[in-house]
Design a protein. Sequence first.
Length: 251
Amino acid sequence: MPDPYLLIIVVGAVFVLAGLVKGVVGLGLPTVAMGLLGLIMLPAEAAAILLLPSFVTNIWQLLAGPDITALVRRLWPMMLAVFAATLASTGLITSSYTSIVTAGLGLVLLAYAALGLLRLKMSVPQAAEPWAGPVVGAFTGIMTGATGVFVIPAVPYLGGLGLGRDDLVQALGLSFTVSTVALGIGLWANGAVPLHQLGMSAFAILPALAGMWLGGWLRGRIAAETFRRWFFAGLALLGAHISWQGLAPAF
């Protein structure tokens, strides 16, 4: 998108919408932002713009919950795996295989939408956590490094731990924060965070926070289940379109 003023308007609108979704359902900002920005720019460029608004909103979510100490003690092996795998795989999103990365982004959005629409839930036995957490964290890190989206499989896994509502929201904030920091370091190391994108990322913080505030206001005024269905249905269509964008050159 060559017009910088139009780009500012589009980025602002995308992050208001992404923040609104996060404000209503507690997650979805990076997924929505990556999906919509992926329509007009390369995934690595979209991921660079995502960094600061994602970090700020996730820190907000992380600190808004109860005491985090017990949660960190329980989840640190998973978080360590997320961090290491994201750093190791960030070269994928900055590689020359842009069509493959774009198709991968679309497929991740489709998978996430399918899980949401079908309401599939994991149930993780406590005895399995010592090995399941690092495995899930490694796969989440690979998906983060390859696509910039850090929800699969971390979100369904954390949902299957039997955490209380506040603890689950805080655990999601912890996972997203670790993923964002690792992605930022990986993108920087691969030369994918030029100053103009960092400036755009800083600009996106305000619309993201405004969207979160609006989402919090809407949460008590609309049926959460109705919003959730429309959100995942729209995400499925977006994922299908982005997948086709990536795969079409191969046909």
